[in-house]
Design a protein around this ligand. Structure first.
Ligand code: CTP
Ligand code: MG
Length: 224
């Protein structure tokens, strides 16, 4: 394989409510991180996986993943971007395609990993999986008055795994100033071209309790 996958998993999961760090919360009896790493490692192109774990959980995460896939585990940082940067520093030499994939997107199918990697292999600098936005979207003032309606047809909701040529991701992180919520945004700021491939509804980000309930249902009925 020519692909290394970085898995940021160091977040607290504040929006999911009180409990363990989100990546360690259970879905079908297993931590979200186990689901995510198992699916990533099942993609034939993947040669290496680096997990950024909550700093206090590095040893427990190593033990947790020992029987799932060969992984490197490093302590994450205070922001997602710092966690990705920490994982990037630990990537082994070799793979020239790097994917970044949220542990919180625990059910993203291996086929999505392959399609993102294939688009980078075909020559793209940076690739993101996207879905159309289904709701009408409005811009609203701080006091709740509508300022305008955004033209929906040009909007996309962005998922992970996001894929990059290795040199492109390294340069984007080296140049990063403010923290962004995704890595393709860093490439955009550098003037790089980011291209889209079709996302997957299974790659939903488990953020709030409703998402976890939905993921439980998906896992029980139609596991990707
Ligand atoms: N993440 C990380 N390091 C951080 C913050 C987030 O590695 N300092 C990871 C999360 O573990 C998650 C992914 O980035 O896999 C996407 O972040 P998000 O869904 O916001 O997760 P949390 O930050 O854990 O959730 P919340 O914002 O509700 O606290
Ligand atoms: Mg967060």
């Amino acid at each position: 394989g020519d692909v290394a996958v970085l898995v940021p998993a160091a977040g607290a999961g504040v929006r999911l409510g009180p409990g363990a760090p989100k990546a360690l919360r259970l879905l079908g009896g297993e931590p979200l991180l186990v689901h995510a790493v198992r699916r990533v490692a099942a993609a034939p192109s993947v040669a290496a996986v680096v997990v950024a774990a909550p700093a206090a959980e590095v040893e427990s995460v190593r033990a947790l993943l020992a029987d799932v896939a060969p992984v490197v585990v490093v302590p994450g940082g205070d922001t997602r971007q710092e966690s990705v940067a920490a994982a990037l520093r630990a990537v082994p030499a070799g793979p020239q395609i790097i994917l970044v994939h949220d542990a919180a997107r625990a059910l993203a199918p291996p086929a999505l990993v392959e399609s993102v990697a294939a688009a980078v292999r075909a020559g793209a600098d940076a690739v993101i999986p996207v879905l159309p936005v289904v709701d009408t979207v409005k811009e609203v003032s701080a006091d709740g008055v509508v300022l305008g309606t955004v033209e929906r047809s040009a909007l996309r909701a962005v998922q992970t795994p996001q894929g990059f040529r290795r040199d492109v991701l390294a340069a984007a992180h080296a140049a990063a100033v403010d923290a962004l919520t995704d890595d393709a945004g860093l490439v955009e700021k550098q003037g790089g071209v980011v291209t889209c491939v079709p996302g997957s509804e299974y790659a939903l980000k488990i953020t709030r309790p409703f998402d976890l309930a939905l993921a439980e249902h998906l896992l029980a009925t139609a596991p990707p």
